[in-house]
Design a protein around this ligand. Structure first.
Ligand code: AMP
Length: 207
């Protein structure tokens, strides 16, 4: 299975990616993580590290080269799940070309859908206990009285709305591209982790 998973910030993409990869026995490939690893190793030019810190996208050619190398690794033979890539139309066509040369193709693009208002509501009530790292929701899973609570900077309403807007701009360019090829599977991301995982599974089963 060669898959792409997309979803707005806070939609539970990371959790679903983990479940899906374990079930299918495929690696989760995140360009963001690969870039952070390259930076930690001192392999990312300073100019690119600065662009990344400012939240800008790195050049398509550079990201495509990174992915091209990664997809030839032995663990990708049975497939892979891409997370955070492609982010532009040029990256999407670059990926198609790359796979085409290997006689391969994508199987599906899963788009997790959660209404913006619900993402904002989740983020503004989300708190982390600094001592244990556990995550709580002030209303639905309230923390214990002795928790040392922290509200992440990127969980503040204005930041969340900005990140959702960025995601919507990106998908407005990408999803029609995959929809036209019959690859897009829209999955309702509202509900329990198990319920959403089941919907993802159903969306990928042959009909
Ligand atoms: P992420 O963890 O996916 O949010 O990625 C962190 C940062 O890495 C992004 O804000 C970009 O600066 C860079 N990045 C990750 N993936 C890509 C991509 N596909 N194209 C361009 N830049 C990317």
């Amino acid at each position: 299975m060669r898959l792409i998973l997309v979803g707005p910030p806070g939609a539970g993409k990371g959790t679903q990616a983990e479940i899906l990869c374990a079930r299918l026995g495929i690696p989760q490939i995140s360009t963001g993580e690969m870039l952070r690893a390259a930076q930690a190793e001192g392999d990312l030019p300073e100019e690119l590290a600065r662009q990344m810190a400012e939240g800008g996208l790195l050049p398509d050619a550079m990201v495509l080269e990174l992915i091209g190398t990664r997809l030839t690794a032995a663990d990708c033979r049975a497939g892979f799940l891409l997370d955070g890539f492609p982010r532009t139309a040029a990256q999407a066509t670059g990926l198609d070309d790359m796979l085409g040369k290997q006689g391969a193709a994508l199987d599906s693009v899963i788009a997790l859908e959660v209404p913006a208002e619900q993402l904002v509501e989740r983020a503004v009530h989300r708190r982390t206990d600094k001592r244990t790292g556990k995550i709580y929701h002030l209303k639905s899973t309230p923390p214990p009285a002795d928790a040392e609570l922290e509200h992440r900077g990127d969980d503040h309403e204005d930041v969340v709305r900005q990140r959702i807007a960025t995601y919507e701009t990106m998908t407005a360019e990408l999803l029609p591209f995959y929809d036209a090829r019959g690859l897009l599977r829209r999955v309702d991301g509202v509900g329990s982790v198990e319920a959403v995982a089941e919907r993802v599974r159903a969306a990928l089963s042959p009909t």
